[in-house]
Design a binder for this molecule. Structure first.
Ligand SMILES: [Zn+2]
Length: 86
């Protein structure tokens, strides 16, 4: 594939996470996720204009999986359908 690994990623100065060019988010801990997950777990709480992950067009749709269920620690089943959980 691409042998020369260009460092085309952004770092959110507020949240301290890496977002690669293709939209993968590398958290300090855990497996890589998406912008949506990043937003659901970190950036939505930042409320800081310096945060680079506040554009809903880039973030896309948040799913239950992306966020933490506060007060609950249940395993979340993965639904193949796109549910609107708002
Ligand atoms: Zn952020």
């Amino acid at each position: 594939m691409d042998s020369n690994k260009t460092k085309n990623f952004q770092i959110c100065p507020v949240c301290g996470v890496f977002i690669t060019e293709d939209g993968k988010v590398n958290f300090a801990a855990g497996s890589p996720g998406t912008r949506a997950r990043l937003y659901a777990r970190v950036c939505r709480y930042a409320q800081d204009p310096g945060c680079i992950n506040q554009e809903s067009q880039l973030i896309g749709e948040l799913t239950r999986e992306d966020g933490f269920e506060s007060g609950e620690n249940l395993p979340i089943p993965v639904f193949p359908t796109t549910e609107a959980t708002k």
